[in-house]
Design a protein around this ligand. Structure first.
Ligand SMILES: [Zn+2]
Length: 205
């Protein structure tokens, strides 16, 4: 059964991140302009997080680095978007949805949460580590995924005027085409875990 873990402290959405980079400073605009050179590859989803907490943690390759984007609510969207198909059935309804339709529903569930929920993010690149990690880790923002950085930058981005994230995260958040790839990965997982998925949705009612 899913244990809800809503964290009220998270304060930034996908739009906040993109908007701030686009507008804040010359340096953030330069970073924003580079996002079109990158695409997201090799998507991995942490299914234990998703099936335990409705926390969607996606890891992907962008350029030479690994980006993590995490948010809640995708499972709840999935439950809502299948309500008319399930019609209060506990079991057996998932097998009746064909793969194309199921992929579409899952893409939509992921995409909706990505747009509406607060995000937690991380990137393995030095730019993220030295310019953004500390500010995203601060308790009033709490948008760093994983271990928080408590050491304030002394050289780079001292004024905190370069946006929220590195170009790799900007690229992954801007196009969000990886949501389709992520839906494909989730679809495969569901096919191997039909009863578990139905059981969780039954509990979510
Ligand atoms: Zn990066």
């Amino acid at each position: 059964m899913i244990k809800w873990r809503k964290t009220p402290l998270n304060e930034i959405t996908r739009n906040d991140i993109l908007r701030r980079s686009k507008n804040e400073s010359e340096s953030s605009r330069r970073r924003y302009a580079k996002l079109k050179f990158y695409t997201s590859k090799d998507i991995q989803i942490d299914f234990s997080e998703l099936y335990s907490y409705d926390s969607f943690v996606a890891r992907m390759r962008v350029g030479d680095y690994t980006v993590i984007i995490a948010f809640e609510g995708a499972f709840q969207n999935f439950a809502q978007d299948t309500a008319s198909i399930r019609k209060n059935q506990r079991k057996g309804w998932l097998k009746k949805i064909n793969d194309t339709e199921l992929k579409k529903i899952l893409t939509n569930s992921i995409s909706k949460s990505l747009d509406n929920e607060d995000l937690q993010v991380a990137c393995s690149c030095p730019d993220f580590q030295y310019r953004f990690d500390y500010y995203l880790s601060r308790p009033d923002v709490d948008a760093k995924y994983g271990v928080k950085q408590n050491v304030e930058p002394e050289v780079r981005n001292v004024a905190n005027n370069q946006g929220y994230v590195c170009k790799h995260l900007l690229a992954a958040l801007y196009g969000k085409r990886w949501a389709i790839a992520a839906a494909k990965v989730w679809l495969q997982y569901i096919k191997h875990n039909i009863e578990l998925t139905e059981e969780i949705i039954w509990d979510l009612r």
